[in-house]
Design a protein around this ligand. Structure first.
Ligand code: NAD
Ligand code: ZN
Length: 341
């Protein structure tokens, strides 16, 4: 089969002909139809310090996908050939303290497809059946293929109290954009979105933000819509240090800061003034809650109040990986996906 492989310790991906995966008794084989490209793939493509420390070539890249089941292992009872599915890409041990207390999203033994084992930028992928998530008939493979980053946004937003809330979203990359649509559907009273990129601010409006602002206007707009208090909830979705400080500055006293964005290096925080005396609650987001986030996502999609499709702006075949990575790096894209079959 065709697959995008990280085949050596250096920049780039190689499109290769590799053997189709064989499945174990508890696994299913999925024919990949759509796969999302994300910042993690860019890190692996560029072979930056994080990728060098984490990944062991050769492996097939990619962790966001949807497709059809073509084969099931002998022990699999709840997935059938022909099922339309996506999957949770974090494979956990299922037996540790975290897994057994409903916190599998922070399982210390997590292996991520396309990072720690073979991923989905390929015609087929083998997945444990426990990780498979069925798609409703009316959910397209496009939307199925972006459940992973959408799930990050659901997890970040819905672990705060959104109904009636004033919300600031710092960073309108694909995940911030999904989060805006989710907050809208969940009944936020005011959604203020900030970014430095005009293309992304335009998408933020399209997803339902009431105000779209450049970071240097955010304080004025937040104060105007919150009687000078600050917002109830900030969703920090940029990972940029100045935006993180702004999140602490513009959340109201006693408010919530939901932190998804990952800074590229350690940053200094004045805990006394930015956190403690403001009495705020900070929530660190890892992946998606298994499987609460997935149920929430499916139900929001069923309600039809949340439509993620405007975020998908670019599509490429698997043999245009360089172009796909370039589209992400240009900042002109929303979500970039591969159309594989
Ligand atoms: P992205 O990099 O496309 O989006 C970040 C956005 O922030 C960009 O649009 C950028 O223009 C904007 N930005 C830059 N400076 C800003 C500022 N000062 N104020 C406001 N916005 C600013 O990324 P994405 O794919 O949407 O992911 C968002 C973040 O979440 C990234 O940091 C990513 O690494 C992280 N992430 C975390 C998890 C997790 O489980 N915690 C999972 C996936 C991604
Ligand atoms: Zn575990």
């Amino acid at each position: 089969m065709k697959a995008l492989v990280k085949d050596s310790a250096g920049p780039g991906f190689a499109l290769k002909d590799v053997a189709e995966p064989t499945i174990r008794e508890n696994e299913v084989l999925i024919r990949v139809r759509r796969a999302g490209v994300c910042g993690t793939d860019v890190h692996i493509y560029e072979w930056d310090a994080w990728a060098r420390g984490r990944c062991k070539p050769p492996f097939i890249v990619g962790h966001e996908f949807a497709g059809e089941v073509v084969q099931v292992g002998a022990l699999v009872t709840d997935v059938r050939e022909g099922d339309r599915v996506t999957a949770e890409g974090h494979i956990v041990d299922g037996r540790c303290l975290l897994c057994r207390t409903g916190n599998a999203h922070v399982c210390p033994y997590t292996k991520i497809i396309g990072v720690d084992r073979d991923g989905c930028f390929a015609e087929y992928i083998a997945m444990p059946s426990t990780n498979v998530w069925h798609l409703d008939d009316n959910i397209s493979f496009d939307v199925g293929g972006i459940h992973d980053p959408m799930g990050n946004a659901f997890h970040t937003a819905l672990s705060a109290e959104i109904p009636g809330a004033t919300v600031l979203v710092t960073g309108c990359g694909p995940i911030g954009l999904f989060a805006i649509g989710i907050c809208k559907a969940a009944g936020a009273s005011r959604i203020i979105a900030s970014d430095i990129n005009e293309t992304r601010l335009a998408l933020a409006s399209r997803m339902g933000a009431h105000d779209v602002v450049h970071p240097n206007e955010a304080e004025r707009v937040v104060k105007r819509h919150t009687d000078g208090l600050g917002v109830d909830v900030v969703l920090e979705m940029s990972g940029v240090p100045s935006a993180i400080h702004q999140a602490f500055a513009l959340v109201r006293v006693g408010g919530h800061v939901q932190m998804l964005g990952i800074p590229s290096k350690p940053i200094e925080i004045d805990f006394a003034t930015e956190v403690i005396f403001k009495g705020i609650t900070i929530y660190g987001v890892v992946g998606r809650r298994m499987y609460q986030t997935w149920h929430q996502m499916t139900r929001f999609l069923r309600s039809c109040n949340f439509d993620p499709t405007p975020v998908i702006t670019h599509r490429f075949p698997l043999d245009e990986a360089d172009e796909a990575i370039h589209a992400i790096k240009s900042g002109e894209a929303g979500k970039v996906i591969f159309e594989i079959a």
